[in-house]
Write a protein that binds this ligand. Structure first.
Ligand SMILES: [Zn+2]
Length: 453
């Protein structure tokens, strides 16, 4: 087969980058193809240096989590580095991602690279740039199974949950089981510790925020709230901003890929071009393309990890191509991260619907504070929801109407009020999903779809 016939279009060639950026991409590609065992089979797919770098990327497959599992951590370590030696000298650690059991990946963790990637992301938000110094006090509210000190029976002292400049506010992974005393403790600790930055899983902080507003408590507002670990819902952000008088920025990345996008002070998400390259793969027009699509991430300058075109598993929406008011213009700019590909649902005609689309539609339903939608059939949807301050029946009616707008008049929607909704282990909320999930590869515009190896 002529390799030219396999070359797909690259969206990256439409973005603007700093002059040295193509060189960083070139080095990442060279290290993967010629110095890293996991990519041996990809070498013959590379059309070679006669083509522009982004076209060379576009000729290659996507790297999946399954690849990371089957090749193991050593498969992605460049030839001049050795895991056993790195562990002996404590230069690196091995860490397992906290996904569902079948989804766990062992990663080589090299802290200096992670720190550099995080510091680069701070440059993309005016507030973070000012207050995040790398030595600032930081409180963290997320599942302790993702970061911190888990303890599901009994409680830990503040001292036991403090590590250097970090305070982990919860030792429990399920906010639906938090009692008032535990949330009062979190507020007291925020008032004592007075963090400069509060980094939080948005659904966790939303739960605490509702408690603060309901009890009319006084709480220390940090200089910046950074939302991470899961995709924030419109409802979460609104609940948080009612309790805290602080700017909010969403930070997007992954354990495998570091910091990939950071929300600027104008509300758009800018690519962290200092530490990664992002290939955008638009969906076909019938599924929301060309502004909605998937992303593949390539990382730069990690001596212990070569990651090329990694399918991070999320769907994003481009910013509409108008310049961002903040003035930053390098790399891919997003209006939003729309949620995981496993959280896609569909209309009865089979059009893909992102979690972001559903969330936007439900964002204006008065009294709705939490929800979860399960698509149980071609045009059948089951909504579980938590209402506050408004009668459940009214909330159910308004939410069903909003969902009908999204899924169409054929949609059969059932709605049940519940006391609370628990996250999936290890502590991440799922807002929408299907019993029989869509294959996201089939949604792609074929001109950009990566080849199957
Ligand atoms: Zn901006």
């Amino acid at each position: 087969m002529n390799v030219d016939t396999c070359i797909k279009q690259s969206f990256a060639s439409t973005s603007s980058y700093a002059p040295h950026y193509p060189q960083s991409c070139d080095e990442a590609l060279g290290e993967a193809l010629f110095s890293t065992q996991a990519y041996n089979a990809w070498r013959m797919l590379d059309p070679g240096p006669a083509l522009p770098i982004f076209s060379r990327f576009a000729a290659l497959p996507a790297l999946t989590k399954r690849d990371l599992r089957t090749r193991g951590p050593q498969g992605f370590v460049p030839h001049d580095h050795d895991i056993a030696k790195g562990l002996t000298t404590h230069e690196i650690e091995l860490g397992t991602t906290s996904g569902a059991t079948g989804d766990q990946v062992t990663n080589v963790w090299y802290q200096p690279w992670w720190n550099a990637s995080e510091a680069a992301s701070w440059q993309l938000n005016a507030h973070a740039r000012t207050v995040a110094t790398g030595v600032h006090r930081e409180a963290i509210l997320t599942s302790p199974w993702c970061a911190g000190f888990p303890c599901e029976y009994g409680y830990l002292t503040m001292e036991q949950r403090t590590l250097g400049r970090f305070l982990y506010l919860s030792e429990r992974f399920d906010p639906s089981s938090w009692n008032s005393d535990l949330m009062d403790r979190m507020v007291n600790e925020l008032n004592t510790f007075r963090p400069v930055v509060l980094e939080a899983n948005p659904s966790f902080l939303a739960r605490l925020s509702r408690h603060i507003v309901r009890r009319r408590m006084r709480v220390h507002s940090p200089a910046l709230i950074v939302l991470t670990y899961e995709n924030p819902s419109v409802l979460h952000r609104r609940q948080i901003s009612r309790a805290f008088d602080a700017p909010i920025a969403s930070s997007y990345g992954a354990t495998e890929a570091g910091y990939v996008f950071m929300e600027c002070e104008a509300g758009r998400l800018h690519q962290v071009t200092a530490s990664c390259h992002v290939d955008f793969l638009p969906f076909g027009p019938e599924h929301g393309g060309p502004d909605v699509g998937r992303i593949l991430v390539t990382i730069f300058d990690n001596p212990w990890r070569s990651l090329l075109r990694f399918d991070i598993g999320d769907v994003v929406r481009l910013d509409g191509h108008a310049p961002c008011p903040c003035g930053r213009h390098e790399g891919l700019v997003l209006k939003s991260v729309e949620g995981r590909t496993v959280h896609l649902t569909s209309t009865s005609e089979g059009r893909a619907v992102t979690q972001g689309t559903v969330d936007h539609a439900l964002g204006s339903v008065s009294g709705l504070v939490e929800y979860q939608i399960l698509q149980v059939g071609l045009s059948a949807y089951h909504l579980r929801f938590v209402a506050e301050g408004v009668a459940s029946r009214s909330v159910a009616g308004a939410a069903s109407e909003a969902l009908q707008e999204v899924y169409g008049v054929e949609a059969a929607i059932t709605a049940d009020p519940v006391e609370a909704i628990a996250p999936d282990p290890p502590g991440k909320y799922c807002l929408t999903r299907m019993l029989d999930p869509i294959d996201p590869h089939e949604l792609l515009d074929d001109k950009y779809a990566p080849r199957i190896p």
